[in-house]
Design a protein around this ligand. Structure first.
Ligand code: 5GP
Length: 176
C-alpha cells in the first residue's frame, strides 16, 4: 500500500493535454525517481507472479507499454514482444485496425515473435476507453496465443474501458 502511494504521488495531472477538456495523467515523473520506478515494477512483477500461471511472453504496447513491458519481461525471465503502430516493424507482420476518437490506427506484431498456444501478458501504461487494449487483444488472438491477463499501471475508471475487454484486466491504480 505504501509503495502504491509512492507511485501515485509522482503521477501528475496535466489539464488540457493533448486538447482542451482532457486531463492527461503523466507517468514519466515516476521514471525520474529510480526507487519509485523500482517500487512500481516490483508491484507489477509480484502481481503477475501471484497469478501462479506459466507465462511465455510479455507483450508491450507502443510506446509507454514498451518501458513497463521490457522491465517486467526481464524480471519474469520471459520474452518481450512489441506491438507497434503500422509500418515500423520489419519482416512478416500481422495487423489489426482499430478506431480512435478521430479516425483509425493500425497495430502490428511480428509473425515469428509468438507461437500458437503461448501464454502472454499484455501491458500498457494506461487504460482509458479500452480501444487500444481491445485491439491488442484481437491481434494476439490472431496469433492463437492465450492472454493470461492485460495489465496497466493506471485505469481511468469513468471511461469504462474495462467493459470493452473480454480478457482479464489488472490495474495497479485507478483514477476517476
Ligand atoms: P484508450 O484506447 O484506452 O482510450 O487509450 C489508451 C492509450 O492512450 C494508451 O496507449 C495510453 O498510453 C494513451 N493514453 C490515453 N490517455 C492517456 C493519459 O491520460 N495518460 C497517458 N499516460 N496515456 C494516455
Amino acid at each position: 500500500a505504501e509503495r502504491i502511494e509512492r507511485v501515485r504521488s509522482l503521477i501528475t495531472s496535466i489539464e488540457g493535454f493533448p486538447k482542451p477538456g482532457i486531463t492527461f495523467r503523466d507517468i514519466f515523473p515516476v521514471m525520474r525517481d529510480p526507487a519509485v520506478f523500482a517500487d512500481c515494477m516490483a508491484l507489477l512483477t509480484e502481481h503477475v507472479r501471484d497469478l501462479k500461471q506459466p507465462i511465455d511472453a510479455v507483450v508491450g504496447l507502443d510506446a509507454r507499454g514498451f518501458i513497463f513491458g521490457i522491465v517486467l519481461a526481464q524480471q519474469l525471465g520471459v520474452s518481450f514482444v512489441p506491438i507497434r503502430k503500422a509500418g515500423k516493424l520489419p519482416g512478416e507482420t500481422i495487423q489489426v485496425s482499430y478506431t480512435l476518437e478521430y479516425g483509425s490506427a493500425t497495430f502490428e506484431v511480428q509473425k515469428d515473435a509468438l507461437q500458437a498456444a503461448q501464454k502472454v501478458i499484455i501491458i500498457d501504461d494506461l487504460l482509458a476507453t479500452g480501444g487500444t487494449m481491445a485491439a491488442a487483444c484481437k491481434l494476439i488472438k490472431q496469433l492463437e496465443c492465450d492472454i493470461v491477463e492485460c495489465v496497466v499501471v493506471i485505469e481511468l475508471t469513468d471511461l469504462k474501458g474495462r467493459d470493452k475487454l473480454t480478457d482479464k484486466i489488472f490495474s495497479l491504480t485507478t483514477y476517476s
